[in-house]
Design a protein around this ligand. Structure first.
Ligand code: PEP
Ligand code: MN
Length: 333
């Protein structure tokens, strides 16, 4: 509290904090009175406490999230995605087209990436596109194609959910349900995903801080579904050379703060295919638990994001080269 704060002011603040469900450790010095809130402080709002005219400063010691907090869950979570452990020694390698375009396309890409060592298949069918005039995806028909391609090629499938009304279908068909960057703060969706027993891939919002991202994970986890995998996919910055700016330091930040696995998507982070390979290697060295990489058989004619897609041959080469980087990072592919 500010120097000279009257005893009535500190008593008032103490009882305010106690009403919020914490116990208060009060220490009165010559000039300053310090109130320590002990217990579950996740519901406390520092800005609200600052409204008190005698409060000088509010310092958060404990992060506002609990379920996703490493302090309360030491170690690393390993999340099983239909037999593929994510967060352990083995790297999760998710590959596939940005958008699903046809059954033949996804089947061909699935077979190729499987052969190269990918252990999950991606492909969006409900697309979250910035422009409403851009290709919106094959929707339900596409989901069925992805499902069949996954089954045929023995790969768990990853695809984005955009609305709660598709949840039942996703629970039925999808191994790892993706929440796109643009939906990271769709709290209604997050709450519903918290009630199911399926792993969730939570992409970082385009301008979300690491704390906001972990609070989004908390929405899912606090409702019972602890199977959350994070994915850094680049954030909005002033730079225009690349589509987004890949924040590899976020991988280290998450590892420091949370037990949750974190993947990196270098395709969306840059939007430029020739940057993907080096950044994939950098991500592995930074400690990422896996990668999501766009692979397309015909990027020139892709219906979305051909510019960030690797051809299957390049992906195969990258997978070979990544082995050495994985080894240095103490991981394997
Ligand atoms: C995607 O993976 O297809 C996608 C749209 O990703 P993001 O939400 O990260 O942009
Ligand atoms: Mn895309």
């Amino acid at each position: 509290m500010k120097p000279g704060a009257p005893v009535e002011a500190s008593d008032k603040l103490k009882s305010y904090l106690e009403k919020q469900g914490v116990t208060v450790d009060l220490s009165r010095g010559t000039n300053y009175c310090i109130l320590g809130a002990v217990g579950d402080t996740s519901g406390l709002d520092p800005d609200q406490i600052m409204v008190n005219e005698w409060v000088e400063r509010v310092v958060r010691i404990t992060e506002p999230y609990k379920c996703a907090n490493k302090v309360l869950h030491p170690g690393h979570s390993i999340i099983d995605v239909s037999g593929v452990p994510v967060g352990g020694r083995q790297l999760a390698m998710i590959a596939g087209p940005c958008s699903l375009e046809s059954a033949e396309q996804v089947d061909m890409i699935a077979a190729a990436v499987k052969k190269s060592g990918a252990n999950m298949l991606r492909g969006s069918v409900f697309k979250s596109r910035t422009s409403p005039y851009a290709f919106q995806g094959l929707r339900d028909a596409g989901l069925e194609m992805l499902y069949q391609a996954g089954k045929k090629n023995h790969l768990p499938i990853v695809t984005e959910i955009m609305s709660v009304d598709k949840l039942e279908k996703f629970v039925d068909k999808v191994d790892l349900i993706q929440v796109g960057a643009r939906s990271m703060q769709n709290f209604t969706l997050l709450k519903e995903l918290g009630k199911i027993d399926k792993p969730i891939l939570l992409k970082r919002g385009i301008s979300a801080t690491v704390e906001e991202w972990l609070l989004a994970a908390e929405y899912i986890m606090s409702r019972g579904n602890e199977k959350v995998i994070l994915c850094e996919r680049g954030i909005r910055s002033f730079e225009t050379m690349t589509r987004n700016t890949l924040d590899l330091s976020a991988v280290l930040a998450v590892k420091q703060l949370s037990q949750l696995p974190v993947l990196v998507d270098p395709s969306r982070a840059t939007g430029i295919w020739w940057m993907v390979e080096s950044l994939a290697k950098a991500a592995v060295l930074a400690g990422a638990d896996g990668l999501m990489i766009d692979v397309h058989n015909d990027p020139e004619n892709a219906r979305s994001d051909g510019s960030q897609s690797l051809k299957p041959e390049r992906f195969a080469k990258l997978m070979q080269e990544l082995k050495a980087f994985a080894k240095i990072a103490g991981r394997e592919i």
